[in-house]
Design a protein around this ligand. Structure first.
Ligand SMILES: Nc1ncnc2c1ncn2[C@@H]1O[C@H](COP(=O)(O)OP(=O)(O)OP(=O)(O)O)[C@@H](O)[C@H]1O
Length: 240
C-alpha cells in the first residue's frame, strides 16, 4: 500500500456554536495518495468545499486529526500553518484570483515572493512555470488579455510555485468550455503523474470523471459509497 501524503481521521466540522451549531462534516476519514487525481463530488451543501479547506489547512476542523507525510498538524500555530500551506499545498480556485494589474509573470512571482525567493530568480522561475503550462508565449500578458482557459493556466502555474505535493482545485472547470475544461484536466492529470503529486478536485462536472483515479461522494457531510480498494483506478485516468 502506497504511503499517503496526507491522512485525515475523524474529521468533524461545525459552523456556529451551541444549539444553533450545524454539523457539516461528520467523521470523515480520507487518505490522499501520491500521483492520484481525486475527485470530491456530491450535492450542493454536502460539505465538499469545507472539506478541502480543512485538508488544505485553510480552516481548522472542529474535531479530527490530519497528518502530512506522517506528521500531525494538530498543534501548529497560525504561523506554522501558513508555512505548511506554502510548502505543501497549491490552491486553484474557480475565480482564479489573479491580480488584474499584474502580468502573468508577476502573478506567479507573487507566490514566489511569499516564499522569500529573490526577485530575479523568481522571474526566471515564473517564466519556467508558465512555460510548463503552455503559456511561454504569454508571460507579459495581463489577465484581461488572456482567455479564460489561459487565466486558469496562470492560476495553475502560480499554484505550482512551491512545487507542492498536493494541489487543491475547487471547481476548476466550471467556467471553462468543454475544450478548455479537458485541456485543464489533461494538464492537472499530467502534473499528478509526472510530479508524483496529488490533485484533489471539487467538482460537479461529470465531463472530468474520466480523469479521476478515485471519486469520493459526499452526502450530508459523510463519504458514501466508498469504492473498494480494488476499484481504486478506473477509466482513462488510471495512474498505473
Ligand atoms: N462560513 C460558513 N458559515 C456557516 N455555514 C457555512 C459556512 N460555509 C459553509 N456553510 C454551510 O456548510 C454546508 C456545506 O457547505 P460547503 O460549501 O462545504 O458545501 P459544498 O458541497 O461545497 O456546496 P457547493 O457544491 O454548493 O459549493 C452548507 O450547508 C453551507 O451553507
Amino acid at each position: 500500500m502506497m504511503q499517503p501524503i496526507l491522512s485525515a481521521r475523524g474529521l468533524v466540522h461545525n459552523f456556529g456554536e451551541g444549539p444553533s451549531a450545524v454539523q457539516v462534516l461528520k467523521n470523515i476519514d480520507i487518505d490522499i495518495l501520491p500521483a492520484e487525481v481525486l475527485l470530491l463530488v456530491g450535492p450542493s451543501g454536502s460539505g465538499k468545499t469545507t472539506l478541502v479547506h480543512i485538508l488544505g489547512h485553510l480552516l481548522r476542523p472542529t474535531a479530527g486529526k490530519i497528518t502530512i507525510c506522517g506528521k500531525s498538524t494538530e498543534t501548529l500555530d497560525e504561523d506554522r500553518l501558513a508555512e505548511l500551506r506554502l510548502q505543501h499545498f497549491g490552491f486553484i480556485f474557480q475565480a482564479h484570483n489573479l491580480f488584474p494589474m499584474l502580468t502573468a509573470t508577476e502573478n506567479v512571482m507573487v507566490a514566489l515572493d511569499l516564499m522569500g525567493v529573490d526577485k530575479d530568480v523568481a522571474r526566471v522561475r515564473a517564466h519556467e512555470l508558465l512555460g510548463s503550462v503552455g503559456l511561454g508565449h504569454r508571460v507579459d500578458a495581463f489577465p484581461a488579455e488572456l482567455s479564460i482557459g489561459q487565466k486558469q493556466r496562470v492560476a495553475i502555474a502560480r499554484a505550482l510555485a512551491a512545487d507542492p505535493e498536493i494541489l487543491i482545485a475547487d471547481e476548476p472547470t466550471a467556467a471553462l468550455d468543454s475544450e478548455n475544461g479537458l485541456k485543464a484536466m489533461e494538464l492537472l492529470q499530467a502534473l499528478a503523474r509526472n510530479g508524483r503529486r496529488a490533485v484533489v478536485i471539487v467538482t460537479h462536472d461529470f465531463r472530468i470523471f474520466q480523469f479521476a483515479n478515485r471519486v469520493l461522494h459526499l452526502e450530508d457531510g459523510r463519504i458514501v459509497d466508498k469504492p473498494p480498494e480494488s476499484s481504486h483506478s478506473f477509466g482513462a485516468g488510471s495512474a498505473s
